[in-house]
Design a protein around this ligand. Structure first.
Ligand code: 7RM
Length: 648
């Protein structure tokens, strides 16, 4: 973020104190911050989950590996489903599901959910899944996605959910890396009125993933899809209601891997285990969203393919017995008021979404929300990227009717749970600040030398103590785990984000300080996009940088040198963008491509990324004296102006 923008942020003077009425009923009371690290997590470990066998040791910290709730035995599906039915809450709605096509709705109670999870778990058993079998899940936003995750958890089979917008290559890479033998998918998904061919893409992926020998396929759209005899099985033709006990799992057994972009071309399989993850997700969900399971209607509008969907659509809310809204499609289908129609229909009380979505609604205008009665809303949340104060204030005014506290929640795939956040009813919020560490979280901001900076300072966000839902490593790559998170400072977790702390001690997250871009709240590495580009037969070399974008937060700019004789035409530009979409997924498509005869390099041959970032941002260029050939830059700037603004 440019210095000037940071100064504007920190001079923000608007204050939003909690209302006495909200404070009086809040799950979080001010004393929560008085508990010690041990007291807090000990208490949460006992209160949020039901143990088959209690834990005997709170945590063990063998740097940089932590373990939590040692000795405890539990099952995540039992905690998210069965125990609520056993407690007499089987009739409570777990999901109000809304399909994208008109009038396509389903309500699932906790009793329904239990029956479906058991059916699916039995189907998986028939396909040979048992404790420890790795299962891939490639689905859209249908209730069967959480059902599939919970069925895996019931059997003790770790899953990896792959976002339905990812390509066949991306899917196959993840299935291979985890060693999956079974894939759960669906015929097609609905998105903006059109079918998304998930099974077809899965078939392409499986051609590259011979380890996957069985699939379970949900019928969603009902259109014909090819089924491979012996390998593919219909969801509705497999499984049974026969008893399917919940496998007692050790606290530290693997629950799932979720792949996320780092600074190299290969995504990292972030490992989350059973007890600490569940306690962390449920505890944060309980206090930060102030969940009252009997009365709230909670809606997290993320996709289950991202960590936000894992922790705050599936595991946290279900563990807490929440009634949730789940929506299959896009917010503008068939009209731009679709979200607000849904919020009104189910009487949503809590809404959790990303700044990029809020900015899209802002662009469409407040009249779409104004058509609907949103008086049921009582709390709003934001996640995925820094929220600009304009979007925060718009959200507060036009969606929250100026009465709802907003929780701006900072966290990562790696952290598994929210770490920096206001607590509604306690924290006075400021538009753009995620405010302070959650209880039991030891965050700090360090300067380059590894010294903690105080109020008024800036530097890098770090965590000094472990937390229950922290990643247990990168699957199959200890060296990368240590290098990525634990090498910048000794024994301190480096998050990769820049941050400032203001005079009141509130945190302001400023975005990534590494080669990870954040486009619409999705993490994409520059190298990943570069690899996809150079994979194209006409590309000699490519370098990628991000620029600021009013809607998506950041947008991808690619600088491409074509092979001799190839013309940098508009058609070529579109071809390269489609190539990236096919290699990674549409989210990774560059917004702009600048064709250049050469990329700016140092005399030792390193691409000067700082310079490309400045060119992408249209900023004045700093020192270019280390360039091997300074004239390369003039060429890029000229062309940069020509090719600019080729957004979708
Ligand atoms: C939950 C999620 C993580 C990266 C993280 C940050 C950025 C997320 C906020 C935020 C400022 C926030 N997981 N980020 N939340 N930046 N304020 N409230 O997004 O693994 O996909 O991304 O997202 O840069 O490092 S993620």
């Amino acid at each position: 973020m440019p210095d000037q923008a940071i100064d504007t942020l920190l001079s923000e003077e608007r204050r939003y104190p909690p209302s006495p009425a909200f404070a009086a009923q809040a799950n979080a009371q001010p004393e929560i911050y008085d508990l010690s690290f041990e007291e807090f997590w000990e208490q949460e470990g006992r209160e949020r989950v039901t143990w088959f066998e209690p834990f005997t040791e709170l945590y063990r910290w063998e740097r940089p590996y932590a373990q939590w709730y040692l000795g405890g035995k539990l099952n995540v599906a039992y905690n998210c489903v069965d125990r609520h039915v056993e407690a007499g809450n089987g009739d409570r709605v777990a999901f109000h599901w809304e399909g994208e096509p008109a009038d396509d709705r389903r309500t699932l109670t906790y009793a329904d959910l239990q029956a479906e999870v058991v059916r699916c778990a039995n189907a998986l058993k028939e396909l040979g899944v048992g404790k420890g079998t790795a299962v891939g899940i490639y689905m859209g936003m249908v209730p069967e996605a959480p059902i599939a995750m919970l069925a895996c958890a019931r059997l003790g089979a770790p899953h990896t959910v792959v976002f339905g917008g990812f390509s066949a290559d991306s899917l196959s890479d993840r299935l291979n890396d985890m060693g999956c033998t079974v894939l759960i998918t669906q015929d097609e998904a609905w998105r903006r009125g059109a079918p998304v061919p998930l099974k077809r893409t899965a078939d392409e992926a499986l051609a590259l993933s011979p380890g996957v020998t069985k699939t379970l396929v949900l019928r969603r759209t009902g259109n014909d899809v090819p089924m491979t005899e012996g390998r593919d099985h219909w969801w509705h033709e497999t499984g049974s209601e026969a008893d399917c006990p919940c496998e007692p799992m050790d606290a530290e057994d693997l629950l799932y891997l979720l792949y996320t972009s780092g600074t190299t071309a290969k995504p990292k399989g972030i490992a989350h285990t059973t007890a600490g993850y569940l306690v962390g997700a449920a505890s944060t969900h309980h206090y930060i969203f102030d969940l009252k399971p009997e009365t709230d209607v909670y809606w997290c509008a993320a996709d289950v393919g991202w960590v936000t969907g894992h922790s705050y659509i599936v595991y946290g809310p279900l563990c807490n017995g929440a009634t949730s809204v789940m929506y299959e499609g896009t917010p503008d289908y068939p009209d731009k008021d679709r979200w607000w129609e849904i919020a009104e229909r189910y009487g949503a009380t809590i809404l959790y979404t990303a700044p990029t979505a809020i900015r899209a609604h802002m662009k469409w205008g407040p009249e779409h929300a104004a058509k609907h009665d949103l008086a049921s809303l009582r709390l709003l949340g934001s996640v995925g990227e820094p929220i600009n104060p304009e979007a925060w204030v718009w959200y507060h005014e036009h969606i929250g009717g100026e009465r709802c506290p907003i929780v701006d929640t900072w966290w990562q795939t790696e952290t598994g749970m929210i770490l920096i956040t206001p607590l509604p009813g306690i924290t006075t919020t400021k538009p753009g600040s995620a405010t302070r560490p959650f209880p039991g979280v030891d965050a700090a901001i360090f300067n380059e030398q590894g010294e903690e900076v105080g109020p008024g300072g800036g530097g890098y966000l770090v965590l000094r103590k472990p937390w229950p839902a922290m990643l247990r490593g990168i699957y199959g790559d200890d060296a990368r785990y240590k290098e990525t998170y634990w090498s910048k400072y000794d024994d301190v977790y480096f998050a990769g984000d820049g941050a400032r702390i203001d005079a009141d001690g509130d945190y302001w997250l400023l975005g990534r300080v590494d080669d990870v871009m954040n486009v619409s709240g999705h993490r994409i590495s520059t190298i990943e996009v570069e690899s996809a580009l150079v994979d194209h037969h006409d590309v000699a070399e490519a370098a990628v940088a991000a620029r600021a974008d009013a809607l998506t937060g950041q947008a991808i700019v690619a600088f491409v040198t074509l092979k001799g004789g190839v013309d940098g035409s508009v058609e070529k530009l579109e071809e390269l963008r489609s190539h990236v979409a096919a290699k990674i997924g549409p989210i990774a498509k560059p917004a702009n491509i600048v064709f250049a005869p050469e990329l700016p390099k140092t005399r030792s041959g390193k691409i000067m990324r700082r310079l490309l970032r400045d060119i992408a941002e249209n900023k004045p260029l700093g020192d270019t004296t280390t360039l091997a050939d300074p004239s390369v830059v003039d060429e890029l700037r000229l062309r940069g102006a020509d090719e600019a603004a080729k957004d979708d």
